[in-house]
Write a protein that binds this ligand. Structure first.
Ligand code: ATP
Ligand code: MG
Length: 557
């Protein structure tokens, strides 16, 4: 990955300024801090590209840190998937993979000092009472009656919380800041809670856990992070971030929190909670269902890390929330695969075509280029015979205006092969067209006397006796509404037609393909061999169609 990948943005401006003034930071150190409570999605990819990208650009470092302070929702399955996703995107954390839970002991020690300095207290208010005492945006809060407990009593109670003497929810430790602060996050926030839950790493060692807002700045400081980049909803938490660093006497220079706008995309669900519901309630086949916006889903579908990184670069980083057109991601994958993906002919919805004047039993092999954009990808031989398949919608008995494909009496060229003319059709008793009969012009193939003869349409095709039946899965957006809206019942807005399964006929060369191989099926889009493929059955995902609505929009301007 070259350094120029990242375009200039407001975060770089801050870093440039910090580096100029070299008393601040000598080296850039960022982190990507997922909570291992689900699979990563394309929004996380933005954060990964940003954090690891900045480290690359400035010759600094980026840590992978699992923010595992909430044991009820976390699992090692998620840890493994997150590591795989970051690596797949092309980034490395070297030996810097950490867990917030590694710091539980250290954070506990720091907290004892905080209590000794009178900056934290054990509070026995119930959750309801605490809400009541908290005040509102327009009214100050009320101080807890437990706020003035002595240091000794606080130390004793906190230790007993740690020793498991109290049930969940009975007590918390709160920072003593300011109940009248206009910033609600500063109104004596909870910094430790009791949770008798087995943690995926520390087991039953702890039954008190630090809150995210408290553990995060401390973890950053303990790792020597310089720029702690997070999404906009943490803007109001920054005061608490800074308070924690100061109150716990973390060494200078301290990390700096910078917020940017999270990625939202049209027709996509980007909330982990909702994605989990889709998996758990069986609306999709799993976290890696190719319709999911998870990194594992788009990887399985056939998107490439190059395309995802290109996408993240193009959307940039900003301070204001916006909605990105999903068509842009599709555009990026087309751009990437255009020169890389071998061309293959596959008929998605087959219709039998018989060339009456072609000798029965004859087979000839025609030369086809593998990729006109990349001649170095070479050529292959495609079998041609008397019986072929073409697409059902490439034939119309009563053609509409401007239909340049096959129709009675009309001529088309078969790609890499001959010009044919439709002579007759065969229907079944229900009136469906089951066969199209044609004649061919033997002089119309490459090298023939009529090779240069022009006809309006060119169709892809496969030879019936050579073609391989394959299962093709076509995808559409999971969500019908453009925009994810918190108030909506998103299950009701799921697209009932997001998956269509076809039995198609592919050119014989597909037999050699391996899981993950990508192709352009002529006139049909980009496709990828799915992991459900077995010795008896080839399963293929459509990544995207060829029609680029994003590029079109840009042209219109
Ligand atoms: P949760 O609600 O479970 O915390 P989350 O989406 O915030 O979900 P995290 O695992 O906490 O997930 O996120 C890891 C990092 O990815 C955070 O720094 C977060 O700000 C960032 N991130 C999450 N969603 C997006 C998004 N849509 N766009 C950009 N960054 C994101
Ligand atoms: Mg989060």
């Amino acid at each position: 990955m070259s350094e120029e990948r990242i375009s200039s943005n407001f975060i770089q401006a801050i870093i440039d300024e910090d580096l100029k003034n070299d008393s601040v930071y000598k080296e850039i150190h960022t982190r990507f801090p997922p909570e291992p409570n689900g699979y990563l999605h394309i929004g996380h990819a933005k954060s990964i590209c940003l954090n690891f990208g900045l480290a690359l650009k400035y010759g600094g470092k980026c840590n992978l840190r699992f923010d595992d302070t909430n044991p009820t929702k976390e699992d090692v399955e998620y840890v493994e998937s997150i590591k795989q996703d970051v690596e797949w995107l092309g980034f490395t954390w070297d030996d810097r993979m950490f867990y917030a839970s590694n710091y539980f002991g250290k954070i506990y020690e720091l907290t004892l000092d905080l209590i000794r300095e009178g900056k934290a207290f054990v509070c026995d208010l119930t959750a309801d009472e605490m809400r009541e005492y908290r005040g509102t945006l327009t009214e100050p809060g009320k101080e807890s009656p437990y706020r003035n407990r002595s240091v000794e009593e606080n130390l004793d109670l906190f230790e007993r919380m740690k020793n498991g003497e109290f049930p969940n929810g009975s007590r918390v430790l709160r920072a003593k800041i300011d109940m009248a602060s206009p910033n609600m996050n500063m109104r004596d926030p909870v910094i430790y809670r009791i949770s008798h839950t087995t943690h995926h790493r520390t087991g039953d060692e702890w039954c008190i856990y630090p809150m995210y807002d408290y553990a995060h700045p401390l973890s950053d400081a303990l790792e020597g992070i310089t720029h702690s980049i997070c999404t906009l909803e943490f803007e109001d938490h920054r005061a608490l971030y800074d308070w924690t660093l100061e109150a716990c006497h973390m060494p200078k220079p301290q990390p700096k929190q910078i917020e940017f706008a999270r990625l939202n995309m049209t027709n996509l669900i980007m909330s982990k909670r909702k994605l989990r519901r889709l998996v758990e309630e069986g609306y999709v086949s799993g976290w890696d269902d190719p319709r999911m916006p998870t990194i594992s889903g788009i990887r399985r579908r056939g998107y490439t890390p190059e395309a995802v990184r290109d996408f993240c670069e193009r959307i940039g980083v900003a301070k204001a929330n916006s909605l990105v057109d999903s068509a842009l991601l599709d555009h990026c994958i087309r751009e990437d695969l255009n020169s890389k993906a071998a061309r293959v002919m596959t008929v998605l919805r087959p219709l039998k075509l018989v060339i009456d004047n072609y000798p029965e039993g004859q087979v000839e092999y025609l030369t086809a280029e593998n990729n006109p954009e990349s001649p170095e990808m070479g050529e292959r031989q495609v079998a041609f015979s008397r019986e072929l398949y073409i697409e059902q919608d490439d034939f119309m008995e009563e053609p509409v205006k401007k239909f340049f494909r096959l129709a009675p009496e009309k001529e088309v060229r078969l790609k890499h092969a001959y010009i044919i003319k439709c002579e007759s059709i065969v229907k079944d008793e229900d009136g469906n067209i089951v066969e199209v009969h044609c004649t061919y012009d033997p002089e119309s193939k490459t090298g023939g006397a009529n090779a240069g003869r022009k006809v309006k349409g060119t169709l892809h095709w496969v030879s019936a006796q050579h073609a391989v039946p394959v299962e093709v899965r076509l995808y559409d957006y999971l969500m019908l509404g453009e925009q994810e809206n918190e108030a909506d019942d998103f299950i009701a807005k799921l697209n009932p037609n997001s998956l269509e399964v076809l039995t198609s006929m592919a050119e014989a060369s597909i037999k050699d393909a391996k899981i993950g191989d990508k192709f352009q099926f002529l006139r049909q889009g980009y496709f990828c061999i799915d992991q459900d493929t077995t010795a008896d059955k080839i399963v293929i995902n459509r990544i995207v169609g060829l029609r680029d609505s994003w590029a079109k929009q840009q042209k219109k301007g």
